[in-house]
Every structure is written in C-alpha cells, then in structure tokens.
Design a protein around this ligand. Sequence first.
Ligand SMILES: CC(=O)SCCNC(=O)CCNC(=O)[C@H](O)C(C)(C)COP(=O)(O)OP(=O)(O)OC[C@H]1O[C@@H](n2cnc3c(N)ncnc32)[C@H](O)[C@@H]1OP(=O)(O)O
Ligand SMILES: O=C([O-])CC(=O)C(=O)O
Length: 373
Amino acid sequence: MSTTTEGLEDVVAANSRICDIDGKLGKLTYFGVDVHDLAKYSSFEETAYLLWHGQLPTQGQLEELKAQLNASRSLPKRFIDLLWLLPPKSSPMEVLRTSISALAAFDAESSGDAESNLGRAIRLTAAMPTIVASWENIRNGREPLAPLADKSHATNFLYMLTGKMPDDYTAHVLDVALILHADHELNASTFAARVAAGTLANMYAAVTAAISALSGPLHGGANEQVMRMLLRIGDVGGAEAYIQDALARKERIMGFGHRVYRTEDPRATHLRAMSKELGERAGDTRWYEMSRIIEEYIKQHKGLNANVDFYSASVYYTMGMPVDLDTPIFACSRISGWTAHVLEQYANNRLIRPRAEYVGPKVTPYVPIEQRG
Ligand SMILES: CC(=O)SCCNC(=O)CCNC(=O)[C@H](O)C(C)(C)COP(=O)(O)OP(=O)(O)OC[C@H]1O[C@@H](n2cnc3c(N)ncnc32)[C@H](O)[C@@H]1OP(=O)(O)O
Ligand SMILES: O=C([O-])CC(=O)C(=O)O
C-alpha cells in the first residue's frame, strides 16, 4: 500500500466548484467571488444564495430567498418543549448538535430530490440562529423569543438573543462575520458532512456530523478557547508574558496556525478591523489590544498567523455574546457552506471510503481465554 499522509494534508479528496483557497497568496473565493468583495458589498443571505446556486442572486431571487428564510425561522412548539427538557448546563454546541439531529423528525417532506434538499438547506439555515437564541433564553429560564418578520438574518439573530433591536453597526458586524465564516472548502466539518452525505445519509445526519467535527478546539471550537485565554490574561500588560510562558510550555495557542494558509488568513483581516472598531465604539479596546500583542509575538517567535477564530473571539465578546456561543455562531454561518457541499455531494455522489495503512500486529493465533495472561 502507498505511504500514508497523516491528517490527509494536501490530499485532494473531491472536485468542488464551491470554494477555492490559495494558501500562499491568502486568497479565498466562493464560486469565484472574492471574500473581500463579499465582506464589503454583500449580505449573508446573498452569500448563502451564491453557495447554493453558484451565482449571485438577482433582486427578485434575493427577495424570494429572504421570504423563504423568514418563513422558516420559527421552531415547532414540540421542538421547543424538547429544549426545555435539556439540563440548563448543557453546552450550546451540544444542544445545537442534538437539535439538528432531532429536527429531522419534524421534517414533513419525505422526498430526497435536489429541490427538496435545497428547501432543507434553507430551512436549516433559517432555524439554526433560532435554536441558538432559544437555548440562550431557555437556559436562563426565559421564554424564547419569536423571530421578527422582514428583518435580516443577522438582525433577527441578535434580536432573538438579546430581546433588543441591535444598532445598525452591530448587525452589520455580525452579517460580515457570517459571510466570512460561510464556507472554506474541505475543512474538517465540511469533509465530515460530505462523508456522511456520501453514504446517502440525509441532510440532517450530514449536518449533525459536521457540527460534531466543528466543535473541537482544533477547528471551530478554537474561537471559544481564544476568548477564554484572553479572559485568563485579563489585562493588556500581561499578554506578552502569558504567551511567552505558554509557548515555553509547548502549548498550542488557539486561533493561530492553519493547514492551508501560509500567509494572512483573508478573513482575519476583516475580523481584526472589526475587533478594533467595536472596541473603540464600546470605549474598551482591551481585548483588541491584547490580541494584537499576542498576534505580533506569535508571528515573530513562531512564524504563525492568526486564523479566522482569533479575532472573531474579541468581536463576539465585545458585541456582548456569551463565550460559549462563539462556536454555535460559527455553525450558524457554516450551515450555508455545509449544505452547499452536501447538495454538491448528492449531485455527483460516490461513497467516500479511503484506506488505512495497517501498522498493527502480525497475524497471531487465537489464544483461548484460559490460556491468556
Ligand atoms: C476554523 C478553523 O478551523 S481555523 C483553525 C482553528 N484551530 C486553532 O486555532 C487551534 C490551534 N492551531 C492548531 O492546532 C494548528 O495550527 C491547526 C490544527 C489549525 C493546523 O494544524 P496542522 O496543519 O496539522 O499543523 P501541525 O499541528 O502539524 O503543526 C505544525 C507545527 O506548528 C506548531 N503549531 C501549529 N499551530 C500552533 C499553535 N496554534 N500554537 C503553537 N504551535 C503551533 C505545531 O506545534 C507544530 O510544531 P512542531 O512541528 O514543532 O511539532
Ligand atoms: O479550512 C480549515 O481547515 C479550517 C478553516 O479555516 C475553516 O473551516 O474555516
């Protein structure tokens, strides 16, 4: 058998039209559209349309998608009842994973054709922020809030989380963060979704697999760990010594390094700027300043760049998000990319089944239990 590539590094495992990354140049495109342009000019809804259809929508197509999302934000009462049964200490990421798995049982459609699956992608994308916001309310003993008709995805998410209408800038920041996190080629969670879809498991099963893979601290779970680190450091003056010690202990610094990027992660450029501006607007740039010190130190001493998870931590924290919602927020964006990849997998399916290089013991005779030991 051929030599193994640990972690499948640089292995090309699928043809995909959805997302392209140039890790040397730090370029990221969705169906050929530069993520910098999407961050500047687009909205999450428009970006999701692009991922599902391969082209940006016309005004009419965008309005239709917004109407479909608005019509699918509410959750069935029996589903909300299910959330009330979960222990309040359950982590939001576990609740989200359990919820998507359970949501399969509430899907009235039985067809698995492409149109039905596109409908599922839209409904899942609409429902995820409602699930996260409902859990935030339920775990604090409050009734979940109903979504607002005719408001954007980002505005609705913030409203349902806080019970207050967000200001335009905060809604814009979340919208841009959702655009930036929407897709990233064959990252671990998208690959997990495609592996599940490749068995022709349904979209809920594939997304449940994806949420599981996203939750780990080497992937989407890193943003939460970044914020926990910043909170441990506590003040700007302590940042450099903390990182110096952590590196001396050979610790991995969350939010740094990437399997593909060898230069600045283009998403970090926007998140860094938003972290700064949010801090300035809030009159507290502590988290941004701490982040900058850590970033410079790690770049200088380890040659590693900040990834998408590093500045999203201070962005969400400055927006007032509870730290354990960081990764669920990531999932609420990546659902658009996951479902786009699942649709692409179904459209051109072949079971994904690699081989392992066997490195275990040679063939050994079976020893009866009374002769072992
Ligand atoms: C949305 C996302 O998923 S973005 C990634 C989010 N994850 C994180 O931020 C977690 C921290 N980062 C990491 O653990 C890694 O950089 C990963 C998992 C993202 C990429 O890992 P890989 O491509 O497998 O790189 P690998 O783990 O082999 O590391 C290569 C070397 O860089 C070091 N390194 C990589 N990342 C870090 C880090 N964040 N802190 C300290 N050292 C690091 C490793 O220790 C290793 O050094 P060594 O060769 O001396 O042992
Ligand atoms: O591509 C990866 O391996 C991880 C990543 O940045 C993402 O999923 O956004």
